[in-house]
Design a protein around this ligand. Sequence first.
Ligand SMILES: Cc1cn([C@H]2C[C@H](O)[C@@H](COP(=O)(O)OP(=O)(O)O[C@H]3O[C@@H](C)[C@H](O)[C@@H](O)[C@H]3O)O2)c(=O)[nH]c1=O
Length: 392
Amino acid sequence: MNPPASRATTLALFCKVVDNYGDIGICWRLARQLWREHGVRVTLWVDDLSSFRRICPQVDLGAAEQEVEGVRVLHWSSQDVTTTPEDVADIVIEFFAVDLPPGYVAAMAQRLPRPVWFNLEGLTAEEWVEGCHRLPSMHPRLKLTKHFFFPGFTVKTGGLLHEAGLDEERLAFQADRAAMARFLAPFGVTKEEMDSLKVSLFCYPHAPVAAQLAAWADGERPVTCLVPEGVAREAVADFIQADAVAGAGATRGRLTVRVLPFVPQPDYDRLLWACDLNFVRGEDSFVRAQWAGRPFVWHIYPQDENLHHKKLRAFLDRYAGGLDELATFSLGWNGACVIASWPQAWRDLQAALPRIAPRAEEWRGEVLAHGDLTTQMLDFARALGSASENPV
Ligand SMILES: Cc1cn([C@H]2C[C@H](O)[C@@H](COP(=O)(O)OP(=O)(O)O[C@H]3O[C@@H](C)[C@H](O)[C@@H](O)[C@H]3O)O2)c(=O)[nH]c1=O
């Protein structure tokens, strides 16, 4: 899509990879959408190019500066950054409260008009975020104000990342069995496996994967489990009796496990769309599973003192009303309740899938009615800009 002819808004997005792929996954998604759909010139500062490359193979690991899909990417390898006020973007986003380079902040304070500054926070369904979304925080020394921006599920939050045209693309794909079969074939999925219950599996190492694989193997219905390389490595290797590398797989009982390569982000969406049930984790895959319109089980990122169990319950309270089988299974999957029998918990969940599927579609509509995160963020930035004679 061509950017508008007038001077484009500029935006700097600072991303530190704490671990795994969610931090860069979210920032990359946001950066691409800002450019493609809103014509915003984005500079993405990221400290870990290797993690970035796993979800976006075009990334050059050796480049201090590069352009990827219209986004300027800078390797943020040190806090020792010198920037002039003219080089500061109109909008500056720190992701998950990262410390911006002091030199960049000093230049922000000198820039006229001042940039709009956001701290983009993590996603939670808890109610308190509604009171914190859009709150200002003054810099203790400099003439700068930062605003908190909270993603979320309700009208009083900033919404979720969702690209224009995503639903049309997804629905066309899901309506085309041959397209789904063509997509899955390179991963070894056969015609027979297309007729089985197709499950994608993305979780943290502490999930009870071995018990679940056993429940599938001993279950009544054929299941094909597609698991990206590196996920639940030990349990998968035990099941297939071989190294869990991409291309490996085995069938035991009613279960076939296939190990997939880690795919680029757009293909991960297609994987979720092609499966009947998705196990997802963290933040970004959790949101993408919601857009897939299919039942999913969430493995939440673990936190100290089991704080994450509270967050999981807050989400299930919003999502899984009347779907006790899903709530119980999800709590058990996350160690938030004891499951007496995995095979039984699975049978219960499987029997409930036809009731969960319409809820997945309904939920999509409910959440999207409030608008997407990127548009809401830009609208807020513009409102702040015009209020302070600071047009963006
Ligand atoms: C499995 C797979 C995932 N992906 C992408 C989808 C997502 O953008 C990304 C995975 O990110 P997530 O689902 O968020 O899970 P995650 O666990 O990888 O990431 C995170 O979770 C956050 C809550 C934490 O704050 C982070 O520190 C981080 O741990 O990887 C691919 O592109 N290809 C693949 O094959």
